[in-house]
Design a protein around this ligand. Structure first.
Ligand code: PLP
Length: 397
């Protein structure tokens, strides 16, 4: 593109102009680091703006790199379209605020991730939206008794963070459909590699992409996928009203994460199983919860609806409670003390001495935890190295 003869400041802004991008074929999706997109003409701009023609206008409303991530995600979950967000929590908020109005209610499985619980506790009462919690293991049986004309969504998280409780997805969908209710699932822990909710009749699938999708503990993001009809409803709330859109570079990192997601989930699952089997027999461990263990109450339902493995997160109850949990953390050498999960590194969290320090024993119990509760988000290291680190840290308590 030539600008003819222009002056110095104009040259500084425009440079040599854009090359013909149709003639360049990179192997990797380019990062469209652009907040706005140029229209070819006033007419084409009007057509794109009004939705008559596909195209891009403004990155908050859509970006080619972010769209690549959304399309890949929808394909892997087996549905039509996706919307990506700057965080998982932004994805949850966009879905809830799309479907619920003051006076409505949501039936949610419990426990759920603390940040989602916080959103439900802090924001929903202000909007006069009620959250009705039902226990994860029994939500499918109790749903009918609680659903009423103001129920708009059934929200489930399975396996749940941090207790690994499991919801029977197919039975919950069956119960919800009797009342004409949409089912939303947080599929962060399993990913589409291990659990395929759309095939079980779930309407909307969301993720904290910060976790396994990113996979390296270095980027925040969220994503929602569903049929075109649902995404058409969620998109205006997400992009026009709330505005928590993903950045192009982040979208690119998430697409890259998806390319190795099946390999990583296989390894996370193998390591999770090996480490759970070791911890199950450890004399310093009261209880080990991992959906892959036959001794775990959620094993039968998890086996029915997960395939290829049970993921990388497990929970243990260390003998000796809060103090033992604190000492255990300080004894670790390889595993890192950090919140979050889904990273290549093994991350350990002891809520009673860190995130939930002010919680009493009964407060913890209400969230399904004990003072000795520790969540281990297993990475993709050699499992024997992780086992040796956990063993020495437990033995020195
Ligand atoms: C299961 C689950 N859902 C949602 C979220 C929220 O995601 P983000 O932290 O990316 O906002 C998290 C975060 O830990 C999570 O574990």
């Amino acid at each position: 593109m030539s600008h003819g003869k222009v002056r110095f400041n104009t040259l500084a802004v425009h440079g040599a102009g854009m090359p013909d991008l149709t003639k360049i074929r990179p192997v990797s999706m380019p990062i469209y680091q652009s907040s706005e997109f140029v229209f070819n003409s006033a007419e084409q701009g009007a057509a794109v703006m009004s939705g008559q023609e596909p195209g891009f206008v403004y990155t908050r409303l859509g970006n080619p790199t972010s769209q690549d991530f959304e399309k890949r995600m929808a394909l892997l979950e087996g549905t039509d379209e996706g919307i990506s967000f700057a965080s998982g929590l932004a994805a949850v908020a966009a879905v809830i605020l799309t479907y619920c109005r003051p006076g409505d209610n949501i039936i949610s499985s419990a426990p759920i991730y603390g940040g989602t619980f916080g959103l439900f506790k802090d924001l929903m009462p202000k909007m006069n939206i009620e959250i009705i919690y039902l226990p994860a293991k029994d939500i499918h049986n109790q749903l009918s008794a609680k659903a009423n004309s103001r129920t708009k969504l059934v929200y489930i998280e399975t396996p749940a963070n941090p207790t690994l409780d499991v919801v029977d997805i197919a039975e919950t969908v069956k119960a919800a459909k009797k009342h004409g209710l949409k089912v939303v699932i947080d599929n962060t822990f399993a990913t589409p590699c291990l659990q395929r909710p759309i095939e079980m009749g779930v309407d909307i699938v969301l993720h904290s992409a910060t976790k396994y999708i990113c996979g390296h503990g270095d980027t925040m993001g969220g994503v929602v996928v569903a049929s075109k009809a649902e995404i058409d409803q969620i998109r205006p709330m997400a992009f026009k009203n709330l505005g928590g859109s993903i950045a192009p570079l982040t979208g690119w990192l998430m697409s890259r994460g998806l390319q190795t997601l099946p390999l990583r989930m296989e390894r996370h699952s193998q390591n999770g199983m090996a480490i759970a089997r070791f911890l199950e027999k450890h004399p310093q461990v009261e209880k080990t919860c991992y959906p892959g263990l036959e001794s775990c109450p959620s094993h039968a339902v998890a086996s029915k609806q997960m395939s290829g493995g049970y993921g990388g997160v497990l929970a243990i109850d260390i003998k000796g409670g809060r103090e033992a949990g604190r000492k255990f953390q300080n004894n670790l050498k390889l595993c890192k003390l950090a919140v979050s999960l889904g990273s290549v590194d093994t991350l350990v969290t002891h809520p009673a001495s860190t995130t939930h320090l002010s919680y009493s024993e009964s407060d913890l119990a209400a969230l399904g935890m004990t003072p000795g509760f520790v969540r281990i988000a297993v990475g993709i290291e050699d499992p024997q190295d992780v086992i040796e680190d956990l063993d020495q840290a437990l033995s020195k308590i």
